[in-house]
Design a protein around this ligand. Structure first.
Ligand SMILES: [Zn+2]
Ligand SMILES: [Zn+2]
Length: 237
């Protein structure tokens, strides 16, 4: 039986595990410690607690799986996070590159009653401002912008890493979900996207964290954790 109330720390681990799961990365302690920028012993201790509390199971090969209630719980927290972000941009007017950190604080401190108000106020919004589905099963597969060839038509689907410094960088560059354009150049160091409004250029490593729909499309690929974790002290989800 899962405990009734996960602690804030447990919830943060569950969110990160879900982030690995969605990105198609193996759910292991090693990936978790990379994604959270925490030491292996710290992560190991918390995994023991999550297992005791009934949220996860671990097999002999050290891979982690959610229990049914652990997965429910993770989905609920992740969905709530995205809904709060949408609320902050659309209702409160916070810029989209500032909302992730704010949501991280609010999501653990919200009463069910206030949560219901927030949910009603965002209406039928489908995604967070960074393109992640609020109804967590409904993720559209994309490919990394970094893999696209010049001339490819692209639609920006999702910013996979929500580390704040990275979101600031993307916003300054002019990349955001929903943007439609054509890859102008990709030389392995920088990738540019030409749009009606001009040209947005980002480094190749940042382009690896941007999921797009592309035509022609490169083959699907699962990024490595290092490629999605660029913030020094925070990872993004
Ligand atoms: Zn976020
Ligand atoms: Zn988001």
């Amino acid at each position: 039986m899962a405990a009734d109330h996960a602690t804030v720390a447990e919830e943060e681990y569950l969110e990160t595990l879900y982030w690995l799961f969605e990105a198609g990365l193996p759910m292991t302690g090693a990936n978790l410690s990379r994604a959270m920028q925490l030491s292996a012993p710290t992560v190991h201790e918390m995994l023991g607690r999550l297992e005791r509390d009934g949220y996860i199971v671990r097999d002999a090969g050290r891979s982690i799986d959610f229990t049914e209630s652990g997965r429910d719980h993770a989905e609920r927290i992740v969905s709530r996070h995205r809904m709060i972000e949408r609320f902050l941009t659309d209702v409160v007017g916070v810029p989209w590159d500032d909302v992730h950190e704010e949501a991280e604080q609010l999501e653990h401190a919200m009463t069910p009653r206030f949560e219901a108000y927030v949910r009603a106020s965002v209406g039928d919004a489908q995604t967070c401002p960074h393109g992640h589905p609020i109804r967590v099963g409904q993720r559209i597969d994309g490919v990394p912008l970094a893999d696209c060839v010049p001339g490819a038509k692209v639609t920006i689907l999702r910013l996979e890493n929500e580390a704040e410094d990275l979101l600031h960088y993307l916003k300054r560059a002019g990349i955001e979900p929903g943007l439609v354009g054509e890859v102008g150049s990709n030389d392995g160091e920088h990738v540019s996207v030409k749009t009606d409004g001009g040209e947005a250029t980002v480094t190749y490593s940042v382009a690896e964290t941007v999921s797009v729909l592309a035509d022609p499309s490169p083959p699907p690929r699962i990024a490595l954790p290092e490629q999605l974790v660029l913030g020094r002290d925070r990872y993004g989800r």
